[in-house]
Each structure stands twice: as structure tokens, then as C-alpha cells.
Design a binder for this molecule. Structure first.
Ligand code: C2E
Ligand code: MG
Ligand code: MG
Ligand code: MG
Length: 278
């Protein structure tokens, strides 16, 4: 029986691999058309104040509605898009669409929420980067102060001095800059001292499951304190329980984000459930 199970297991994985690679091939093949055929959609996930009571910002998160496969997550298609060289085009679309939506939320719902946009390294390192951002803001009429961009430590790899100048320039124009996914990968504590950023987003992997993990709690507490030494606002990502919400709020986080507070939502759902709430 063991042998038979083993064989079944192998063929299960073989089938799975085959369907995974078939799916990958389909997804890669159809990616070039997705932008032209308007299959991308922005979802928005609310960011809350430390009390968890007020929505302060909305993070734009891309989704791909594939006609055959259904919803494809960014974790799946963005690495492919990057390999295929589509990231600058996708970022350009995201930026424009996020600003357009942000302007609509302000006008129609009278909600002055900041819009936070993730940008790839490729887009960020183009020499035209700043003017592309200004163009999106000017074309849509979203105030400069209403936009925040999210970058990661990968954005620092090239030329740190140039990057610092660019970030300073953006902030002089009123645009906010957040360092995303801090604590995942090769994040350096030096970034907290050196980078002209306003906000630090703590990666979900830094958030302890419970207060019983006291060393982990002190660890994240000290990172928050270091960020505050340099006048950074701290947002905790990946809050999935009320215990985590309570903990991170007590530890001094300025903002909270996670499934416990709100999942990313389509614009329709956002209008029904978030924007119309008091
Ligand atoms: P990110 O910028 O760190 O975004 C947070 C991710 O965590 C989102 O996944 C969000 O749905 C998820 N998340 C939020 N709260 C929780 C939680 O409580 N628990 C868990 N397990 N997950 C939570 P998503 O939308 O799949 O995006 C994944 C990553 O893809 C993003 O990470 C970002 O790096 C990238 N990305 C997403 N949208 C865009 C985009 O429009 N442009 C670019 N360049 N990158 C994007
Ligand atoms: Mg982000
Ligand atoms: Mg993140
Ligand atoms: Mg990220």
C-alpha cells in the first residue's frame, strides 16, 4: 500500500507541476495584452490610525482579471512582468489610475485620504521618474500632498546618493515617501538614519503572533523606537488579529494595516463599505 501511495503522490505532483507550468505559460503569454485590453484593476487597502478607528490612507494594489484563469495576484504576475520588461508600463498605469481614483474619492465622497502607490525599481530608476509622477498628478488633479509612494530596499541598491536627492526632491514637492517591507530581506538600519523618507512600513514577518513572544515584542518595539528617533512614522503591516492590533498600537505604531482591520477591496466595495462610512 505504501508503494501505491508513493506512486500516487508522485503522479499528483507531476500533474500539479504540469498544470503549474501550463498556467505559467498562459499567464506569460497573455501578459503583453493585459494592459491594452484593460484587464488590470486596482484594489485599495485602507491604512488606519493607531486607534484602529480612522482610515488615513488607501494603498493601491494591482489585480489582473485574466479572462480564462480569473484573478491573478501580483505575487504571481509581477515577477514575470519584471522579467519581460513591462514593469515601467504597468507602474505608469497604476500611478495614473491611483491618482484618478484618489481625486474621485476626494471629490465625490469628500474624503481627504492619501493614496499610497507601490513602484518598481525599474520605474523608479528612470531618469524621467519625477516628471512622470508630476504628470500623473497634474493630469488627474490629485494634490501633491495626497500622494505617497512606497519603495523598498531594492530601490537603494544602485546609487544611494542619487536616490537620496530624488527622495528629497519629491518630498519638497509634497509627495510622501514610505519604505515598504522593512525587516524582510536585506533592510539596513542605516536606511532609518539616512534616507529622506517619512514613513517606515514594518513587514508582516516582524509582527509577533502574541505577547508571549516577549523577545520578539521587544525587538519590534526597539525598531519602532529607533524609527521615532529619526522622526519617522511607523506603520505595521499584516495585522491579522485583535491582539496584534492592540500590541502594535501600545508599542507606539502610528498606523496599522492588515486583514483584521480591512482587506484590499475593489473600488465598488470601497465606495459601499469604506468611503461612505463616517
Ligand atoms: P506590499 O506593498 O507589501 O503590499 C501588502 C501585501 O500584503 C498585499 O498583497 C496585501 O494584500 C497583503 N496583506 C495586507 N494585509 C495582510 C494581512 O493581514 N495578512 C496577509 N497575509 N497579507 C496581507 P498583494 O496585493 O498580493 O501584493 C503583494 C505585493 O505585490 C505588494 O506588497 C507589492 O510589493 C506588490 N504590488 C502590489 N500591487 C502593486 C502595484 O500596483 N505596483 C507594484 N510595482 N507592485 C505592486
Ligand atoms: Mg506596499
Ligand atoms: Mg509591504
Ligand atoms: Mg512590497
Amino acid at each position: 500500500a505504501a508503494k501505491k501511495d508513493g506512486k500516487n503522490t508522485i503522479s499528483y505532483y507531476a500533474r500539479q507541476m504540469q498544470s503549474d507550468s501550463a498556467r505559467n505559460a498562459l499567464v506569460a503569454n497573455d501578459l503583453p495584452k493585459a494592459l491594452i485590453e484593460e484587464q488590470f484593476e486596482l484594489y485599495f487597502q485602507p491604512l488606519y490610525s493607531s486607534s484602529g478607528e480612522t482610515v488615513t490612507a488607501l494603498e493601491a494594489l494591482i489585480r489582473w482579471n485574466h479572462p480564462a484563469v480569473g484573478l491573478v495576484s501580483p505575487g504571481e504576475f509581477l515577477p514575470l512582468a519584471e522579467e519581460m520588461g513591462f514593469m515601467p508600463k504597468i507602474d505608469e498605469w497604476v500611478l495614473r489610475e491611483a491618482c484618478r481614483c484618489g481625486k474621485e474619492f476626494q471629490e465625490t465622497y469628500n474624503r481627504n485620504l492619501r493614496i499610497s502607490v507601490n513602484l518598481s525599481t525599474h520605474f523608479f530608476t528612470q531618469s524621467q521618474f519625477a516628471s512622470r509622477v508630476f504628470e500623473a498628478l497634474d493630469a488627474t488633479g490629485l494634490p501633491y500632498e495626497s500622494l505617497q509612494i512606497e519603495i523598498t530596499e531594492r530601490h537603494m541598491l544602485k546609487n544611494l546618493e542619487e536616490t537620496k536627492q530624488l527622495l528629497t526632491f519629491l518630498q519638497t514637492s509634497g509627495i510622501g515617501v514610505a519604505l515598504d517591507d522593512f525587516g524582510k530581506g536585506y533592510s539596513s538600519l542605516n536606511y532609518l538614519r539616512e534616507l529622506p523618507i517619512q514613513t517606515l512600513k514594518l513587514d508582516a514577518s516582524l509582527i509577533p503572533d502574541s505577547l508571549e513572544r516577549s523577545a520578539d515584542v521587544e525587538f519590534v518595539h526597539n525598531i519602532i523606537k529607533i524609527a521615532h528617533l529619526y522622526q519617522l512614522k511607523v506603520v505595521a503591516e499584516g495585522i491579522e488579529t485583535s491582539e496584534q492590533q492592540q500590541m502594535l498600537s501600545t508599542l507606539g505604531c502610528n498606523g496599522l494595516q492588515g486583514f483584521w482591520l480591512a482587506r484590499p477591496a475593489s473600488v465598488d466595495e470601497l465606495k459601499r463599505r469604506i468611503l461612505t462610512a463616517s
